[in-house]
Design a protein. Structure first.
Length: 77
């Protein structure tokens, strides 16, 4: 999942090297953190959060039949 999120985010931002994508396991939930600077975070979130919502929807769809939960968090550096 981390690779999918990294690919999507890299296509959205101007400088992909400034964005970090990390995943961790917390209480049975896989958490994918997108860490970006102030300039890039607006491009990842989109107007009224539409792009962020679309990223979360794609991740949940890609998880498919897996029974574990996946959360995508966007963090400003």
């Amino acid at each position: 999942m981390e690779d999918l999120v990294r690919y999507i985010v890299d296509q959205l931002v101007d400088d992909p090297q400034t964005v970090t994508v990390e995943s961790s396991e917390q209480d049975g939930v896989t958490v994918i953190n997108i860490i970006a600077g102030k300039d890039e975070i607006g491009k990842i979130i989109g107007k009224q959060g539409r792009i962020a919502r679309a990223i979360r929807t794609l991740v949940k769809a890609a998880a498919g039949g897996r029974s574990r939960k996946i959360s995508v968090e966007i963090i400003e550096r």
